[in-house]
Design a protein around this ligand. Sequence first.
Ligand code: HEC
Ligand code: HEC
Length: 434
Amino acid sequence: MMHRCLRSAPLAFAALLLATRMEAQAADPSASFHGAASMRDQLAALEKLGLPAHALAAPQGIDAQAWTASIVPGNEPTAERVALGKRLYFDTLLSQDGTVACATCHDVTRGFTDQRPVSEGIGGKLGRRNAPTTLNAALLSEQFWDGRATTVEHQAGMPILNPIEMGAESEDEVVARVAALPDYRAAFQRAYGRAPSYADLRAAIGAFERTLIFLDAPFDRYLAGTGPLGEPERRGLVLFEGKARCAGCHPLNGASPLGTDNNYHNIGVAARDKDFEGLAKRALAALAEDASEHALDRLALATDMSELGRFVVTKNRADVGAFKTEQLRNVVLSAPYMHDGSLQTLWDVMDHYNKGGEDNPFLDGGIEALALTDAEIDDVVAFLFTLTDVRFAAENERALATQEARAAKQRPFKDEDLAMRRVLGFERRVLGAK
Ligand code: HEC
Ligand code: HEC
């Protein structure tokens, strides 16, 4: 068969050779790249989570009508689409060098993130941003820290083509690689009734992500009256909604199950020395040249303009340094925290908020020093540990031990003077007060 190919169509043979090489790499499920767990281990872990075969019905904790309304018309998450999307999510064949899959950075064994400050793509290239979890992402109004994509189906098409993530050369090239494999062709036919296309490929991955809903945590069982919450955790909940002012941006209730207002705020993460004005000018110039989806994606992940956050999407001054309020579901599993992965533990996160963030001219009005005591901080953190789905109970325990040990040794963001308002962040920045 190979001989015939070679004689009749050398180009097709080259393509086949490439496809076989990629297939051979992707076919070794025990191989591990970029520090991620092997796809074999990830699929075994996924099996244990007991995901539904399709996502046509609303998952527990979500209103049936809201669920149906969130589904992209024409991409109803049927079992065939979910199965295809699952295969694609774990397939390094989609990347330019055959080493990176969605699952490399959204690893099942790491809370569907990579647990690194910023992600590593093909050739070991580092991006500028921390990988959020794909758990519950289907329920977000917008995707990415700056909301530059809408649905999970829309989002899934972008990392495949980003030069520092999966680095594929073009949509056509990826589709050709996938379509070279007969069982993929059959799976696309079953899922969409036609030959593979890029639109169907990213839609299938989105369909799979719609099965990743994890909203069954001790907190939910406590609210439903079916499970207990300890004393410190209950005190933490009261603080979360009151003195610590978290619920203003992270509302957590039946109408807002993820704990995000789906909005963008500058909460002063790593903002102290940023020349936001200069960066904004450069971003506007770059976007005037090329404002395409992929140009924006590269600007957000691979340049220092990344720190402008939402501004690069809206070009609205009020959005400079503003990032999406991250969901708090399963938050324990996704350390390190924030868009740049700059905070290691939930104690660091609390120290950041307690001192009123890093002061900067674009700081959100909802951020100010909180005057929380150490005991109060411990309580809020204890509460955050109750937001982990029961299916990750073991990981939750392990993360608690790791974070506790780390926080006992170092609290680099703790600043009593700012937290207790002995000095204001503004005074420090503008007047150089100690
Ligand atoms: C090289 C690592 C890497 C790869 C590969 C990768 N991602 Fe991501 N993912 C990230 C990073 C980093 C972000 C945040 C980027 C940003 O906000 O600008 C992200 C964001 C997301 C989000 C948004 C979640 C939210 O809370 O806003 C989703 C969903 C997602 N990725 C799914 C995928 C899918 C599906 C694939 C495969 C097609 C994929 N990712 C491939 C690193 C990666
Ligand atoms: C003014 C709105 C606002 C308030 C108030 C607020 N947050 Fe946030 N939160 C955000 C935004 C925006 C981000 C992402 C910021 C970034 O990465 O630059 C975030 C990120 C986080 C993260 C990181 C999640 C991750 O996976 O990286 C945690 C944890 C968190 N907030 C917890 C809290 C707690 C606890 C409180 C109360 C003490 C609180 N937040 C108060 C808006 C807010």
